[in-house]
Write a protein that binds this ligand. Sequence first.
Ligand SMILES: C[S@@+](CC[C@H](N)C(=O)[O-])C[C@H]1O[C@@H](n2cnc3c(N)ncnc32)[C@H](O)[C@@H]1O
Length: 285
Amino acid sequence: MGRVLAQSEKAAPLNQEFELTDKDFKFIQWFMHKNVGIFFSDRKRTMVYGRVSRQLRRLGLKRFSEYRPIIEQDAEEQLTFINCLTTNKTQFFREYHHFEFMEKVLMKEWREQGVKRLKIWSAGCSTGEEPYSFIASLHWSNALSYFDDVKITATDLDTKVLAHAKTGVYSDEAISSIPNKYLKPCFVRGVGQHQGQIKCKVGLQKRILFHRLNLLEEWKFEEQFDLISCRNVMIYFDKQTQEKLLKRFHQHLKPNGVLFIGHSEGVPASLDIFHHLGHTIYVKK
Ligand SMILES: C[S@@+](CC[C@H](N)C(=O)[O-])C[C@H]1O[C@@H](n2cnc3c(N)ncnc32)[C@H](O)[C@@H]1O
């Protein structure tokens, strides 16, 4: 009789190209949760298998147990592994009501509060469509001439998406999600070898500072923010991590600072540190 595998060591089904056992999957769940806060339920196993398989194929490996020591010893490969497991879906002006709220309500508030140097943080900015949408919206609202300084800090864990974000270049399919009023003033269309691409205008792009930041680690910001946008990021974290993060956002907001979160995220009323201003919009108490 063949060896009976313990439940935690069950091998991959025979039709799978690479071996990813239950034990391997448990390691991935533990590793991602501990290091970056992302929790993969058992239902995400097929997705994880697909993404990890690409790394195994690239390295000519057959089973995850051969990849694990590489991840544990090689910092560069560890980043690649984490990158492959992040979900980076985004688009320009996603959840447009936030941009409308900034233009119609916050601009007025900031003027009345005498804000001089406007500081915004796009936390979990992915490929950059979110911070570029903010700067376009601020440009459209004349914020760049009104305030003495306007800076957007844009951070993400994933080095690959950040590298894209820094270029500010997108395929012109993105145009369909950019409302017309921002298109001409804020973006240029590529010509020649850049045909089929659009790019954020340099004068706006230079207002955005991109850098890698793992939200679970230390944040080294010298100043507080007027607005923090952390949208569709906390959804991947467990409740405890979400609450810790919300408290840290609270500390990093100026008095009356505003927090935008994603459409399926929430701030528990029990935290009692934010007033709810509108759909997925909160102000620091
Ligand atoms: C779905 S995208 C959201 C992009 C954008 N905010 C939006 O709403 O369109 C989620 C992003 O969160 C990032 N992320 C996940 N865990 C993170 C962490 N611990 N620290 C920083 N960024 C993280 C991912 O790399 C990914 O780019």
